[in-house]
Ligand binder design. Structure first.
Ligand code: ADP
Ligand code: MG
Length: 245
């Protein structure tokens, strides 16, 4: 217990919620959290030697399928903090359609997440898709191809547009993970708009008890925190750095 507190102090890991698991110390610890062996190997192949503080605490939480609000500074490895547990959970292709969706505020950010996902998923044979052009997506998705993909990376605008077509151009009925990256920016830019978009996306995620949500951001925005307290189930919150909440 004392050792765990020391580890958290050193890395300035603050966590709130019930049953917060111990942070991992090394990527080798991930095996005991059920993280896929290939994903652990890919982390090493990418040259990541030790987990960053947000990775230390967020990965064990998401590995337990906890709903999460995570805040850590820009450049502190938030992408891998959600991709490692999500890719590991997806395991391999299942041809049941999208099982995880990652929403990011801009195409550039979505592109970065997509590329990191390809690297971390090497060898898993997962089908990972990024929505770039609406027109291309409209042609690409349909009854024949809908089941082909496992993971979707997109901006909220594009996804909501496709979901609002009659009939919807893609199905999120089998989604088990909904990750919102840079959630502070999305809430701020979209104002009321993004809350509605998030609701459209979450409501499309079939039987809602199955889909788990995690929001990541660089700042501990009050608005986002309040939204999470209100909407997320058995919420865990993690913040890295100065205690400011
Ligand atoms: P954030 O989303 O928090 O701004 P990123 O996920 O974009 O940060 O990561 C920033 C950089 O750090 C990227 O180049 C990424 O490849 C690298 N990185 C992530 N995790 C690690 C790690 N554990 N060790 C070394 N580099 C890492
Ligand atoms: Mg990021």
């Amino acid at each position: 217990r004392e050792q765990v507190n020391r580890l958290k102090n050193i890395h300035r890991i603050h966590a709130w919620g019930s049953d917060i698991p111990e942070p991992i110390r090394t990527f080798e610890d991930l095996g005991s959290h059920g993280i896929h062996e290939l994903v652990i190997r890919n982390i090493t192949k990418m040259g990541y030697e030790s987990p960053t503080p947000i990775q230390m605490q967020a990965i064990p939480l998401l590995a337990q399928r906890r709903e999460l609000l995570a805040c850590a500074p820009t450049g502190s490895g938030k992408t891998a903090a959600f991709l490692v547990p999500v890719l590991s959970h997806l395991k391999g292709p299942e041809k049941r359609g999208f099982r995880a969706v990652i929403v990011a505020p801009t195409r550039e950010l979505a592109g970065q997440i997509y590329r990191e996902a390809l690297n971390l998923a090497e060898g898993l044979r997962l089908k990972i898709h990024i929505i770039e052009k609406i027109s291309k997506a409209m042609k690409k998705f349909g009854p024949k191809t809908a089941g082909k993909y496992d993971l979707l990376v997109t901006t909220p605008n594009r996804l909501v547009y496709l979901l609002k077509q009659e009939p919807p151009v893609l199905s999120l009925a089998n989604v088990e993970w909904l990750i919102v990256d840079e959630s502070d920016k999305l809430f701020e830019a979209g104002q009321r708009g993004f809350r509605d978009q998030l609701a459209v996306i979450y409501n499309a995620c079939g039987d809602s008890s199955k889909a788990r949500r995690a929001l990541f951001s660089a700042t501990f925005a009050f608005e986002v925190q309040e939204w999470c307290k209100l909407n997320l189930d058995n919420l865990a919150m993690v913040s890295i750095g100065a205690r400011n909440a």
